[in-house]
Design a binder for this molecule. Structure first.
Ligand SMILES: [Zn+2]
Length: 69
């Protein structure tokens, strides 16, 4: 099953599922890093896969990356 994402669907997902905003206006594929703006005002980069599947929906300050042990 291959769900095809477009930039407008991603934008909709981001707005519905997080407090961040999507700044990128073109989507070229799942490996592309997208530019987001966190609710705190900081901007951060993440692939949509990480944003969606790993629930990394804020900047590193609001949601520090988990340290793997
Ligand atoms: Zn933040």
């Amino acid at each position: 099953m291959n769900k095809r994402w477009t930039i407008s669907k991603i934008k909709e997902f981001v707005e519905k599922n997080s407090e961040s905003k999507l700044l990128t206006t073109e989507y070229h594929g799942f490996s592309q890093k997208l530019q987001f703006q966190c609710a705190c005002g900081s901007q951060f980069e993440k692939t949509f896969t990480k944003f969606k599947n790993n629930h990394q929906r804020k900047c590193d300050t609001c949601q520090p990356p988990k340290v793997s042990r």
